[in-house]
Unconditional design. Sequence first.
Lengths: 279, 300, 463
Amino acid sequence: MSRKNLRLVLIYILVAITLIFFIFPIIWMVITAFKPEAETQRIPPAIIFSPTLNNFFRLLGAEVGSYHYGQFLFNSIVVAVFSTMISIPLGTLAAYGLARFSFRGNYSIAFSFLAGRFMPPIATAIPLYLMFNTLGAIDKYHSIVTVHALVEIPFVVWLMRGFFLEVPSDLDDSAMVDGCSRIGALFRVILPTVRPGLFATIIFTVIVSWNEFLFALILTRVNTRTLPVAATEFIVSFIGYDYGAMSAAGVVIGIPIIAFALMVQKHLIKGMTLGAVRA
Amino acid sequence: MDGPTTIFCGWAFMNLRRYEFLLYVGPGLAYFLSLGIFPLLFSIYISFHLYQLNRPELGNPFVGVANYINAIRDPLFHDALFRSFLLTTESVILQMLLGLGLALLLATEFRGCGLTRSLLLMPMTLTPVVVGLLWRYQFQPGAGILEWIASMITGKSFYVLGEPQLALHAIVLTEVWHWTPFVMLILLSGLLAMPVEPFEAAKIDGASAIQTFRYITFPLLKRSFLVALLFRTTDSLLIFDKILLLTEGGPGTATQTLTYYNFLTAFSYWRVGYAAAISILTVIILNILSNLFIRLIWRK
Amino acid sequence: MRNGFVDTSLLRTVTKHSAITKMQAIAIVAIIVIAAIVGGSYYFMAPAPKKEVTINIFVPTLPELPVIKAALPEFEKETGIKVTVEATEQTALIAKAIVAFQGKTGAYDLVISNAYGMGAYKPYAEPLDEYIQKYKFDKTRYFERLMNFYNFDGKQLGLPIIVTGRLMFYNQELLSKYNKSIPKTYDEVLQTARFFTKKFNPNSPTEFGIAFGGIRFYLDIGWKAALWAHGGEWSDRNWNPKFNSPEGVAALQYFVDLAECAPPGVASFSIAEPTAYFIEGKVPIIEHWNSQIFHAENKTKSKVAGKVVYASMPIGPSGKGPYNPASCWGAIIPTDSRHKEEAFQLLKFLCSEKFQKTILLIGSMPVMPSVYQDPANIAELEKKYSPEYAKAVQYNVELAKYGRPFFELNPYQPGTIPEYMQIMDVEAAFFQKALGKEISAKEACDAAVKAVAEILRGAGYIK
């Protein structure tokens, strides 16, 4: 075998092992989502069973405090989209400022964005609840959207700052020499260059908001409840862990996100082929 | 234009230039600080009081640094700190190494690399509750695949989550599975955005793969690596949901990490003032750690 | 790192390919604006406050939850009061409820809580005596002991709805097959468990002889019952904990020994695991909650339906006992509620004979003696489930009448104290260490007593 082929085989083996490790539990979860309830807890696990959509019906058709799954899905989407619409622009601008300008306090400001994450979320839950409660914003979209944007901003700032720093500032300068203002340079030249990074950040931001649990639990009651919190009501109860419902919930909550990630993932590749400035 | 206005405009133009960064950094920072500072101040304030939620009749007496002194003396706090460090170290090292390896692997082009990248993102996209329970099942004797493998190797059936020595490592495994894709994503983006010339130059110069990695790839990757490291370390130290779902701090106190102890103190023992002190201490610890990492990696 | 050369012609190429064209920019802005409008309008169209009174109740994810929800339309028809149900898992519920009470905005009008949680809820619960008088609510129609769980300093702070407690489940068929009688004492339970454990008896038909819930909360409850049965008490009159006495150590040792006969991971068993093992016929004995009687007798899922003998906790070596740990689920009305009258109507409804009968028929455990005694109900149970189940359900009466509250600490001062949850958690953490063989039972009890005494001292119970 030629050296190149050997290398390829090695790569494929490693990829296969990795895939098995990471994907196997997910495959199990998808299978379990279709298992009838009695079969989910069998010891040893049932390999042959008659598939059923019962778990999904229970999850989707059920009334959770007179709200349906559709409402929770909508809530999760609204919160994810709006919080991203706040955090990405604010964070990217800030990241650009931190990357391109050297000023006293650059490090401190960059660090303070990071430091905001050092507080255990539980400690921030009570004061935030009290604050929003006073404002009458519990169980309304603006409280949870605001808080999610807050959670996402440190990621956006540090990730984008890293990407901006990779791009040499000559690029900005020459764009400005060509007649762009600095903002124009940012939009026309730099952002397209860091596009893979930008999309990675967006993927991540949406995932963070989609799966966020603690603040969604504290700041919502029934109207604006998001998927993860609503799902817990089924899965974790005094009846024990309902693995069938959990798997169905995992599938149902995960599909929109995975679809989104797949959609955006394309741009990661596209960015790579255009790449940074090449010889 | 008249004289003074011209002079003023000239001065403004010369000096405001210096503050141009505020235009960019300002909005984000303002938003972040205005909302984020309140919980911090609230916690600091509370940590100096005895805020006992189940005994509101006590009022909210000022106790100075009593909470902090209690924390430093509290054997359970030491224990929790120790567990957290153990968990974080193990978990972060594994995630960073594995993430790096995967990123390098997937940065090369091969048939199906796009699909593989998407597939490998999946663990990160699952809801934490689902991840926790998924692994709880996999650890269950007789039911889960992991336990099956382990019992094949050791010849006897045991429940990892119930063994004091092993429970923490089981949580590490769950964390690694869940978050390595995050590290991979960041490092991969960093790799994909790298300029090509240094590599071509290296190839021309006849550098080996290891040399290329050490002298070119890694230095270029330092920033992404640092970001991933900082975020994962913070999140690992603050881990909570998996502990709640998988072991509830047990067996004994084998998995009672810092934030779980914090949670117990606040919402089970109802000693919110003391919990706030623990929170502030956690912030200080993370502060020190992060600064350490930044200086270490930037200096290299 | 500087690349050095940046070709402007190259720049133009890059810009041409990857710049956002004007059309794309317009499209993006349009999408954002439309999304904002749609989202905003949806937000403003979000459920408006209702004209009639709506009360919010906060319920943990109990098996009875669907039944409660199903009964609400009827309640609305009767009284004209609408009810919004918010349900979440118990740990999250207590945390969120207490946080909500701090806000004092009347977020919840009724909160369903277990009696042991009253230590946390007590300061926030509205005394109900006034309403009981006003609406002629007859307290005597309920199990007195359960009523008292919510009575503090003569004030009724809540009402019970469902009784909970622990008992022993024995697989009669398996036991008699091997000529084993139903164990009566702690010692006999241990011996029987050992017989059915392959580790001790290679000829055992089952791999493990017993299963029980080993998480902190449940371990503490089981241990306490054993402590009492062995003749020990948790503390003396002045709150000095003394459960590291020989009785306490023996009680803990019992569980350490039992753990060796139990499936691996027993220290993490909650509700589902012991039941799963038992109904599969994999263990002949479990110590478990009364709510699991329903699952054990479930003909479609349980392999041991109809073959189970239910019994009280075992008797101690000196004949003391049995002490069945008991508690109940009930509801409180928070002091900051804005609709207390309406909330009480709902509470009355949940305690009404009709509703109590409804939950009896779905396999739950009501708190009204008459519901258990009504022959019509019994007949319905027999028909719907099985004669064995109808018989087993009567066990709850015994629990409600004679059970000893598991949240009791000082035997001279019954009733839960605010520090109960902390004390329970701290001492049980040590007990789990003994179970995991990290320390001996004696060491665990000593350490627990020391830690608990500190808590009591800090809270002012011990002078």
